[in-house]
Design a protein around this ligand. Structure first.
Ligand SMILES: [Zn+2]
Ligand SMILES: [Zn+2]
Length: 209
């Protein structure tokens, strides 16, 4: 992209670099390195300022995207890296990322109801789903004691009497809790429709080629 060199009045020495498109100025002064390298960096930043970022598949990314692959390719990479789990080997909630789910926000309480739920809600059945991590409600006894003493004098934490009792109580209390949150486990995928799953991956691959 077009880079404009800026000088100070009365001098021919280049001081700053501006993006030729949006005019944003990039200064070598912000780089903590040798002057010539700092100038090269500022020049490079100005050149890339408004340059569209492109995914390996050729899809253009938003100018300020904090990622280097498009949504489709990120999903493809995720799925390809994930371990395949047989539907019969999994018993728990699942996340397809493409459906409403009986728990809402894409979560299904179990695999066996995916089909029925999708039919009932006029949704296309997902070709695959991710398994879920379960996070139960837990207190951390050590954290509680550390928090309680953190604003006190330096040795306060070492002066706690019978910390073991707190640990024992919290452990017992934790074991009674039934509240759980679920998160997608991106490392495990369950394929529900092999033909559609393969087609999705292959479609992406031919685009990338
Ligand atoms: Zn720009
Ligand atoms: Zn892509």
């Amino acid at each position: 992209m077009d880079v404009r060199e800026l000088t100070f009045k009365g001098s021919n020495e280049v001081q700053l670099y501006a993006c030729g498109k949006c005019g944003r100025v990039h200064s070598p002064g912000i780089f903590a390195c040798r002057s010539d390298l700092a100038h090269a960096e500022a020049q490079r930043f100005a050149g890339e300022c408004c340059k569209p970022k492109v995914c390996v598949c050729g899809v253009e990314l938003p100018v300020n995207a904090g990622y280097t692959a498009c949504e489709k390719c990120r999903e493809k990479n995720r799925v390809q890296k994930a371990q395949n789990i047989a539907p019969d080997d999994y018993n728990g909630s699942v996340y397809p990322d493409s459906n409403s789910g009986d728990w809402g926000e894409g979560y299904f309480s179990e695999l066996s109801i995916v089909k029925e739920h999708c039919h009932g809600h006029d949704e296309i059945e997902p070709a695959y789903v991710f398994t879920c991590h379960e996070q139960p409600l837990r207190l951390d006894a050590e954290n509680i004691l550390e928090n309680a003493t953190s604003d006190m004098h330096e040795d306060a934490h070492e002066e706690v009497v019978d910390a073991d009792e707190v640990h024992k109580f919290v452990k017992q209390w934790n074991s009674k809790q039934t509240c759980r949150s679920f998160y997608p486990n991106w490392t495990q995928v369950i394929i529900l429709d092999k033909a559609r799953f393969d087609a999705l991956l292959n479609a992406d691959r031919s685009e990338a080629a």
